[in-house]
Write a protein that binds this ligand. Structure first.
Ligand code: WT7
Length: 637
C-alpha cells in the first residue's frame, strides 16, 4: 500500500467522508502528516467565510518543490517524472527522471536568482507545452517567486492586462510553440504585450521552434545562455526557499461576470495537500502508472493534474505538446499505445470532437493499457460519455467525471475510479472534506433528494481560493456574498434520488466554450471596441462540439463593408483584444436590444432566441420596446 490515505472501498469512502465532516481538523491533520514540512504548523484551519478568509496549516514552513522533487530522490530518482511527447510524432520524445527534473529545476531556479528574482516576486510564464514550462513553474516555486502562467491562446492585450495586474517583474517565454501544423509566435506576442508593462525587467526566452525573434538588449536573454552561466558557476545546489503555509504559490487569471479577469490566488500548503489528495484518490493512481492529462498548464487542470498533483505523488506525468487532431484524429490513441498510458484525463469537447471522426482513427489501436478515464471542464453529455466508455475504455475502465473550478484548486465532486459508482453525466459524490449544498434564489437550503438549485459549499477545504490578487473585496463579493456564510460556485446543480450531483452549467454570465471559461462582459467589451459598434450583448448557445458557442447581438452603425466582412472584422477585433479562444461563433446585427425600463439587458430573452426557443420567450411586457424581440427573432442566425 503506497499511499496510506488512498481510499480502497465504497465502505471506506462512506466512513472517511463522515469523519471528514464530523472532525475536519483531525482528518486534515492526519493527511498532512504525509508531506515534508520544514516546520510543523500550529493550527490546521482558521476561517471566516463572511470575510472570505481561510487559512490552512498556519505557521507551517515548507516548500512544495521539496514535496514534488527532493523527497522522491531517495527511492524514485530514476523513475520518469515527466514524459514529453512533442507535437510532431516524427520528433523524438523526452523523458525526465526525478533526478533530472530536480537538477533542471535547480538550474533554472539559479537563473531566476541570477536575474535578481526573489521570494514574493511575480513571474509571468507564457510558453508552449514543453518540459521547460513545468521546469520554469517549479523553479519559481523553488525560490518562492509567485508564478502566473498564461495560456498560449491569449492575446498581447490580455497578457499585458494580467502582467500589469500582477506587477510581474519577469517573463519566461519561448520563441514559439507548435500546435498541429501551426506555429504560434509567442515571443512576438510578448513583445507587443510588454510595450505597456514597465514592471517587467527581464524576459527569458527558451528556444523551441527557432522562429525568428527580436531580442531587446538589457531586457531579453536566451534560456540556454543563462543555463550555461549557471554551469560555469558550478551548478550550485539551490536550497528550497522556506515558505509559510499561506505564502502565495501562484496566481491564475480566470474570467467572471465582469469585464476584468481576476487573479485567483492559491497558497502553498493547502493547495499542495489538496492537489495531491485528490489526484491519488480520484484517479486511484498506483506507483509506476503513466498519467496523461491533456490539458494545458495555462489552465488550472494543468497546474493541479500535470504538475503539482502527480509530482507531489511521485507519479509519472505525460506532457503532450500537440492537439488531438493532428496529424490525424488518432493522435491521442497513438500516444496511449506508445507509452502504455494508464490514466487518460481529458475534456468533453475533445471527446465529442474525436467521436465525430468515427471508428477509423481507432483501427489497429489497442488501448488495453488504459485503466481509468477522466473528464473535466464542462458537463459531459450522455452520448459522449457512452462513446468514451465503450470505444476508449472498452467498458472496463471507470470514468471519473470531475467537477471543480480554478477557485477550488482541485477536484471537488467526482466518483473515485473503481471505488464509488459512476453515472453518465453525473459528477456523483463529494470528495472527503467537501460539504456541498443546494440553495434557492433566496439562499434557502433545498433539502432532500431529487432537487435542483444553486451549488454552494459550506465548509472550507485546503485548496480553496485565498483571495483575488490585489483586491480581496472582489473575492469576498464574488464568492462569499451572494449567500450568507457560503462559498457560491456559480453553477446550477441537480441532486438525484441517490444523492448524486449533476452539474448543469453556469447560472451567472460566464460561458464555457470548449472547456475554456470566458465572461460575456469581456467579449462584449471587446466587440464594443470595434469602430462603428454602438452596443452588444453576448450569450451562450448549445454547440455540438464546443459545448457552448458564443452568440453576439450587435448594434452596428458603421458603413464600412458588407455584413459578412464586418463580422470578420469584429471577430478580428475580439481576437486581438482577448485571443482567438473568445471569437464569436455567430454575430447577428440588430437595431436594438431588449431592455427593461431601467436599461438592463434582458439576457434571458436573448439566450432563448440563440437557443432557438422562439415560442417560449416568456414575459416581454416589462420591456421598454417589446417590438424589438420580434425583429431579433426574425433575424436569428
Ligand atoms: C467551471 C469551472 C476545473 C478545471 C477546468 C475548468 C465547469 C468543470 C465540470 C464537470 C460540469 C464542469 C463548471 C465550473 N465544469 N468541470 N465535470 N461537469 N461542469 O475550470 O475554467 O475554472 O471552470 O467549469 O461550470 O464552474 P474553470
Amino acid at each position: 500500500m503506497r499511499y496510506p490515505y488512498q481510499i480502497k472501498s465504497r465502505e471506506e469512502y462512506d466512513k472517511i467522508y463522515h469523519k471528514s465532516v464530523e472532525h475536519p481538523l483531525e482528518f486534515w491533520d492526519e493527511i498532512a502528516q504525509h508531506f515534508t514540512w520544514k516546520k510543523k504548523y500550529d493550527s490546521v484551519l482558521e476561517w471566516d467565510f463572511r470575510q472570505a478568509h481561510s487559512k490552512w496549516f498556519s505557521g507551517g514552513k515548507l516548500n512544495i518543490t521539496e514535496n514534488c522533487l527532493d523527497r522522491h530522490l531517495a527511492d524514485k530518482a530514476d523513475v520518469p517524472a515527466i514524459i514529453f511527447e512533442p507535437n510532431n510524432p516524427d520528433e523524438h520524445h523526452r523523458v525526465l527522471t526525478y533526478r533530472e527534473l530536480h537538477f533542471k529545476v535547480m538550474q533554472f531556479a539559479q537563473v531566476l536568482k541570477n536575474n535578481g528574482i526573489k521570494k514574493g516576486d511575480r513571474v509571468c510564464i507564457y510558453m508552449g507545452m514543453i518540459p521547460e514550462l513545468a521546469i520554469a513553474t517549479l523553479a519559481c516555486a523553488r525560490i518562492g517567486a509567485i508564478h502566473s502562467v498564461i495560456f498560449g491562446g491569449f492575446s498581447a492585450q490580455s497578457i499585458s492586462d494580467r502582467i500589469q495586474d500582477a506587477e510581474a517583474v519577469a517573463v519566461v517565454t519561448c520563441d514559439g510553440a507548435h500546435r498541429g501544423n501551426k506555429t504560434i509566435e509567442l515571443k512576438s506576442v510578448i513583445d507587443d504585450a510588454l510595450m505597456s508593462c514597465p514592471t517587467v525587467k527581464s524576459v527569458i526566452v527558451c528556444t523551441h521552434t527557432r522562429t525568428p525573434v527580436s531580442m531587446i538588449k538589457g531586457r531579453d536573454m536566451w534560456w540556454e545562455d543563462e543555463i550555461k552561466k549557471v554551469e560555469t558557476q558550478g551548478n550550485p545546489f539551490v536550497a528550497a526557499e522556506e515558505m509559510d503555509s499561506e505564502d502565495e504559490l501562484f496566481i491564475l487569471y480566470t474570467s467572471g461576470s465582469t469585464g476584468k479577469p481576476k487573479g485567483v490566488v492559491h497558497t502553498t500548503a493547502g493547495y499542495m495537500v489538496w492537489a495531491n489528495y485528490t489526484f491519488v484518490n480520484v484517479f486511484q493512481y498506483q506507483p509506476g502508472q503513466i498519467h496523461f492529462c491533456t490539458a494545458d498548464i495555462g489552465w488550472i487542470t494543468g497546474h493541479s493534474y500535470i504538475v503539482y498533483g502527480p509530482l507531489s505523488a511521485g507519479a509519472t506525468t505525460l506532457m503532450f505538446e500537440g492537439i488531438p487532431t493532428w496529424p490525424d484524429a488518432g493522435r491521442f490513441w497513438e500516444i496511449i499505445d506508445k507509452y502504455n498510458v494508464d490514466i487518460l484525463y481529458t475534456a468533453p469537447t475533445a471527446i465529442r470532437s474525436l467521436m465525430g471522426f468515427g471508428d477509423e482513427p481507432l483501427k489497429n489501436r489497442n488501448l488495453s493499457s488504459l485503466k481509468v478515464l477522466g473528464t473535466v471542464g464542462e458537463p459531459i453529455n450522455e452520448e459522449a460519455w457512452h462513446w468514451y466508455n465503450e470505444k476508449i475504455g472498452k467498458s472496463n475502465s471507470p470514468i471519473v467525471d470531475t467537477w471543480w473550478q480554478t477557485e477550488t484548486g482541485g477536484i471537488m465532486i467526482s466518483n473515485l475510479a473503481g471505488i464509488t459508482p459512476s453515472k453518465p453525466s453525473y459528477a456523483t459524490l463529494p470528495l472527503p472534506g467537501i460539504q456541498p449544498l443546494l440553495v434557492d434564489e433566496n439562499g434557502k437550503e433545498i433539502q432532500g433528494n431529487g432537487v435542483t438549485g444553486n451549488l454552494c459549499i459550506k465548509f472550507p477545504w485546503p485548496g480553496i481560493i485565498r483571495t483575488t490578487y490585489g483586491d480581496h473585496e472582489r473575492c469576498r463579493q464574488t464568492y462569499f456574498s451572494t449567500y450568507d456564510n457560503l462559498y457560491f460556485t456559480g453553477d446550477g446543480c441537480l441532486r438525484d434520488e441517490n444523492g448524486f450531483y449533476r452539474i448543469t452549467g453556469r447560472v451567472d454570465d460566464v460561458l464555457n466554450v470548449s472547456g475554456h471559461r470566458i465572461g460575456t462582459a469581456e467579449v462584449e467589451n471587446a466587440i464594443n471596441m470595434h469602430a462603428g459598434v454602438v452596443e452588444s450583448a453576448v450569450v451562450g448557445y448549445p454547440h455540438d462540439i464546443k459545448g457552448q458557442g458564443i452568440y453576439a447581438y450587435v448594434i452596428y452603425t458603421g458603413t464600412h463593408g458588407d455584413d459578412n466582412l464586418t463580422r470578420l472584422d469584429i471577430i478580428q477585433t475580439v481576437s486581438r483584444i482577448i485571443g482567438p479562444i473568445a471569437k464569436p461563433d455567430k454575430i447577428q446585427f440588430v437595431s436594438g436590444l431588449p431592455k427593461t425600463r431601467s436599461g438592463k439587458i434582458m439576457r434571458r430573452i436573448l439566450r432563448k432566441i440563440a437557443e432557438g426557443e422562439l415560442s417560449n420567450i416568456g414575459d416581454t411586457t416589462t420591456l421598454l420596446d417589446p417590438m424589438i424581440v420580434d425583429e431579433i427573432k426574425e433575424g436569428r442566425l
